[in-house]
Design a protein. Structure first.
Length: 613
């Protein structure tokens, strides 16, 4: 499984001299898919932006040489100050990777080149992965990868990571660049105004004098001129010298650091307030010129008519919510109805066939009665019930949920919920974290780091637990099937159970809004921040691959966690029912003691003991 690093900017040191590859790119460019294909690991993927919220690592080898691949959070720019963008920027700037692999969306090359050009200002050890080439061809786009490589001055490899296309060439290119066998003559932003270029040069020289050996002093100078508070604080505190392998013989004094910041402030005043706008215009202009030169269109041009028609239906203020509820209800109904027959078959196999066979085998082997009871009547029966009851609904629900996710529907759910979160005084990105919470609450809480405001981030974390996670969906479906389905005729049992689970999920969403509103108007008072959400294109999911990966990564994972609790619980139940205590068993004594409490709340001692265990 993937590991998450604790130090987000420090260089990686491993037992061997691994070649470190930083994996960067815009959100929703297939970056995590490239990571999984190269490493063979299972970083979560889905057709929506913002899934990678911290630094994940994996490894692979090429030509007998080990590589360490670091998957950085997706970011549109290195010029802003959000936490996910700082993670990406600081690792590329100070983490000293041997090569930076920049994944770009071939169907949106011009927009993606903005980040590419910023990274090339930092490092010349880069490879551009021109991903999603299958979609580009489907939209009638022809991209001259060699021409793009000449323009950028770094290697460009065309790939379609979902199909594995171009990945062999990509690993070979990474090895060549990382081992310095390829000479790089990267693209640099053109000179803008003499005064601005002179200011950057002056400040760069001052930084190199104060921090000798610092990589990318030009980029640090640009950020100081742009009044990047994170970079200013790093210089003021002296932290900047700790972020790289410095050749300093002595630490710069506080007076020297203060003098450098004063110089930056004076130069900023001289270049004027239009510095940031001028820098962005230069970036966007260069990206547009490069894209125009290398992208050709066959036929009438890219068509996204289907996407637009679907969005008009799925994000409409009148149809979006009903469709969302109908889809969720449909998934739940298919899960409940489809799980009935497999559950009965599994129960018959595990309980009516295998269990008697195990008892017969234990008798023939003369196994002691207590060991027979612990292993077969306790542990095995508990596991058999868990597998027969939980496996079928999970094996249906998780693939259906993942298919909707890969299709690109989850960002539309977040879009529909955005206005409600803003009315509740929370951040619109909380819709994304809640959507992730429906898959895993832990992932939803971690994803809250993409919210810049500490107040709104805390609200998102506190309320994420109201979203039913993948560990609770099967339990809710099971309870609804047993208790709610039993109240109606058999032909309506599936519909009733699905409706009950849907109501529970909707109640969780309502509680999320209610608690968010209460917190934002009491202890966490403040104004809601605005944000922009990218709606990715709809993509046909890989059905069998999705079914397989969701079964392995989600269904079996949750089932294993349930089995870890069920096995000792089964042993405990058997032991308490068979260990004598006085004239009866331990369980009978406990039931007799707590029976009055159970009757007081409408239960009995047996049911209450089951809850306690």
């Amino acid at each position: 499984m993937t590991t998450t690093a604790t130090c987000e900017i420090c260089p990686l040191h491993t037992r061997q001299r691994d070649l470190v590859v930083a994996l960067a790119g815009n959100p929703n460019t297939g970056k995590s898919t490239v990571f999984n294909r190269l490493t063979g690991l299972h970083q979560h993927t889905g057709n929506w932006p913002g899934k990678t919220v911290t630094r994940a690592e994996g490894s692979f080898s090429h030509g007998g040489h080990p590589f360490r691949l670091v998957d950085l959070p997706g970011t549109y720019s290195l010029l802003s100050t959000s936490s996910d963008e700082e993670v990406a920027r600081d690792f590329i700037l100070f983490g000293q990777p041997d090569v930076t692999l920049i994944v770009v969306d071939a169907t949106r090359l011009e927009r993606n080149l903005n980040l590419v050009l910023q990274i090339l200002e930092i490092t010349d050890r880069a490879v551009v992965c021109l991903n999603l080439m299958d979609e580009a061809r489907r939209h009638g786009l022809e991209i001259d990868a060699r021409g793009l490589a000449r323009k950028l001055g770094v290697p460009v490899v065309a790939t379609s990571a979902r199909d594995g296309e171009g990945l062999a060439a990509l690993t070979s290119t990474l090895h060549e660049v990382a081992s310095s066998s390829v000479a790089q003559n990267r693209f640099r932003l053109p000179d803008t105004e003499p005064g601005l270029d002179a200011a950057v040069t002056t400040l760069r020289d001052g930084i190199e004098t104060l921090f000798p050996g610092i990589p990318n002093a030009r980029w640090v100078a640009l950020r100081l001129l742009d009044q990047d508070q994170r970079m200013i604080d790093a210089v003021r505190s002296g932290e900047l010298g700790d972020l790289f392998e410095s050749t300093l013989t002595q630490t710069p004094t506080e007076a020297d650091r203060h003098s450098l910041l004063e110089t930056a402030a004076e130069l900023r005043w001289k270049v004027g307030d239009l510095f940031h706008d001028l820098l962005m215009e230069t970036l966007y202009g260069a990206a547009a010129r490069i894209a125009d030169a290398v992208v050709k269109t066959r036929g009438p041009g890219p068509r996204f008519d289907l996407d637009r028609r679907l969005d008009r239906l799925l994000t409409n203020r009148w149809t979006g919510f009903p469709i969302m509820l109908l889809l969720l209800a449909g998934v739940l109904w298919l899960t409940v109805e489809g799980a009935n027959v497999p559950s009965r078959l599994l129960a018959g196999l595990l309980l009516d066939t295998i269990h008697p066979a195990l008892k017969t085998l234990a008798l023939e082997l003369a196994i002691p009665w207590w060991l027979d009871g612990v292993l077969i009547d306790g542990m095995y029966l508990a596991l058999a019930w868990v597998v027969s009851v939980m496996l079928p609904p999970m094996a249906i629900f998780f693939p259906l949920f993942t298919l909707l996710e890969d299709f690109g529907y989850l960002p539309r759910v977040a879009f529909n919920l955005d206005s409600l979160f803003r009315r509740a005084g929370a951040h619109g990105k909380q819709a994304l974290t809640m959507s992730m919470g429906f898959g895993c609450n832990a992932a939803g809480v971690i994803a809250a780091r993409v919210i810049d405001s500490p107040r709104e981030r805390l609200i998102a974390m506190l309320t994420n637990n109201f979203a039913l996670c993948n560990g609770r969906w099967p339990t809710q479906i099971l309870l609804a099937t047993i208790f709610i389905g039993a109240l109606v005729p058999d032909e309506f049992a599936g519909f009733a159970a699905a409706t009950a689970v849907l109501v529970v999920a909707v109640i969780g969403i309502i509680l999320t809004f209610l608690l968010s509103w209460i917190l934002s108007n009491t202890v966490l008072r403040g104004e809601a921040s605005a944000f922009s959400l990218e709606l990715p294109p709809y993509r046909p999911p890989r059905f069998w691959q999705t079914v397989y990966t969701s079964f392995i990564d989600r269904t079996l994972f949750v089932l294993w966690r349930a089995a870890l609790f069920a096995a000792p619980a089964g042993v405990l139940i058997w032991a308490s029912a068979n260990i004598p205590l006085g004239d009866s068993s331990l369980a009978a004594q406990v039931i007799h003691s707590i029976d009055p409490v159970g009757l007081f709340i409408g239960l009995n001692g047996v049911i209450l003991l089951a809850y306690l265990i």
